[in-house]
Design a protein around this ligand. Structure first.
Ligand code: FAD
Ligand code: NAD
Length: 396
């Protein structure tokens, strides 16, 4: 390759932005031509989205202008939507152009998995982006306003969250905190509001520490949440849901947090994918494609028991750090690093001042877990934007 190698990074979420930031530190000037493509001109902090979705925080606080994070002398930013990846031609088709690459990084994140459940795609809401959470927040407020006009419609005040994984639990904690304020604003009797969290597995947060799960459920029940555990949502309609046991819950607000899959563009590219996720090689490349790397929710990394690690921001960040150094090594012709995931623990918020978590081989709950969550959030802001971003976006 006599000309400068071209690196194209698709997606500026956790995996993409950390790869770009690392690359701009590690690459010398004119060593590579790096282009970052994202459908918005801002990076969003997905791990905060449950708050603006419920209305306990402003969506503005969960987004950061991409040009404030990258060095434009080293990285070209293109605001566009990727519509197709053509690995055979080493090209990416955007909604408004085409990019050629020598090395491609796919960091397009995941998509909600609806498992073919009828009506979910059409009638449920999803916590996925700044736009989707703005819609949820406005929709919830609108239900209160509509109820004042049609007080016989109690279903306007019934909120259903499908799935009690970490996203569902974190959202429901915020929603339960928001409801009393909405009741005061709209002069609604809080006793009329119902919040259901439906989970198909025999427990909320399947696979997590049972004592902490019990604690989380007690905290949320005290805030007014009703759990329906061990029963799946079978269908979603404009006026509510049907459960596997036949029970119907009338509701105008269904938020689906039942799981995620990889990005459809990944399987459409012809890679060997399982629900949009590719099992990457130890250097984070697509098997058979030494010039294509995948990080984040569209990649699969196996644990020692041969099961996929859950797709998390923590995973995407760690992958991005190794990926950046592997891109530099590929260009310089030096050996690539193998990726090894090191879990630093898991902490989930349950609303204001409450959380549960496992970290440093210890369990945390209540305020200490909430503090830990805050520290994790601040650390991420520091990684991508240093002290100035911590001061601007950190919640103290
Ligand atoms: P993303 O961060 O989703 O980024 C993908 C990027 O690609 C986005 O910027 C998107 O706009 C862009 N994009 C997508 N499609 C296109 C396209 N066609 N063209 C151009 N651009 C495109 N994980 C944790 O480890 N800890 C947590 O506390 C935690 N909390 C969470 C809370 C919530 C409410 C949610 C929903 C998830 C949480 N997660 C958490 C999971 C974590 O957010 C994801 O695993 C992580 O965001 C994955 O990073 P990613 O880079 O793969 O994708
Ligand atoms: P998930 O796959 O972890 O959980 C989805 C839940 O929905 C599961 O418990 C599943 O049993 C349930 N479910 C599936 N089908 C159902 C149905 N028909 N009816 C009722 N329930 C159903 O998805 P998630 O919670 O969106 O999390 C996605 C990823 O993001 C995970 O890897 C998670 O660890 C990560 N995450 C982490 C945090 C954190 O660390 N604080 C927060 C949010 C998300």
């Amino acid at each position: 390759m006599s000309r400068i190698p071209r690196i194209v990074i698709l997606g500026a979420g956790y995996g993409g932005i950390v790869t770009a930031i690392r690359l701009q530190k590690e690459l010398n000037y004119n060593e590579a031509d790096v282009t970052l493509v994202n459908k918005h001109d801002y990076h969003y902090i997905t791990t905060h989205l449950h708050m603006p979705a419920a209305g306990t925080d402003d969506p503005q606080n969960a987004r950061v202008n991409i040009l404030k994070l990258i060095d434009e002398f080293k990285i070209d930013f293109v605001k566009s939507t990727v519509v197709q990846i053509r690995p055979q031609e080493k090209k990416v088709i955007l909604e408004d152009g085409t990019l050629s690459y020598d090395y491609l990084v796919i960091a397009l994140g995941g998509e909600p998995e609806t498992f073919g459940i009828p009506g979910l795609k059409e009638h449920a809401h999803f916590i996925r982006s700044i736009n989707s959470v703005r819609l949820i927040r406005e929709h919830i407020e609108y239900q209160f306003a509509k109820f004042k006009k049609e007080p016989h419609r109690k279903d306007y005040l019934t909120f259903v969250v499908g799935g009690a994984g970490f996203t569902g639990i974190e959202f429901i904690g915020e929603l339960a905190d928001r409801i009393p304020k909405l009741c005061r604003t709209f002069d609604v009797d809080p006793g009329l509001v119902k919040i259901y969290n439906v989970e198909a597995a025999p427990t909320a947060l399947p696979g997590f520490d049972p004592e902490l799960v019990q604690y989380a459920m007690e905290v949320l029940q005290k805030k007014g949440v009703t759990f329906k555990i061990g029963t799946a949502i079978k269908e979603c309609a404009p006026d509510g849901i049907t459960l596997a046991d036949g029970e119907q819950i009338k509701s105008s607000t269904v938020v689906w947090t039942g799981g995620i899959r990889g990005n459809r563009l990944v399987e459409e590219a012809g890679f060997d994918a399982m629900r949009g996720r590719v099992k990457v090689d130890p250097n984070l490349r697509v098997p058979g494609h030494d010039d294509v790397f995948i990080v984040g929710d569209s990649s699969i990394v196996m644990n020692e028991e041969g099961r996929p690690y859950p797709p998390t921001a923590q995973m995407a960040i760690q992958q991005a750090e190794v990926l950046a150094s592997n891109l530099v090594a590929s260009i310089r012709g030096t050996p690539l690093k193998e990726f090894k995931y090191e879990s630093k623990g898991t902490v989930a918020s349950l609303g204001k001042g409450e959380a549960i978590g496992v970290a440093f081989n210890r369990k945390f709950k209540g305020n200490s877990a909430a503090m830990l969550k805050k520290i994790i959030d601040l650390r991420y802001l520091y990684i991508i934007g240093g002290i100035p971003l911590v001061l601007r976006k950190g919640h103290f």
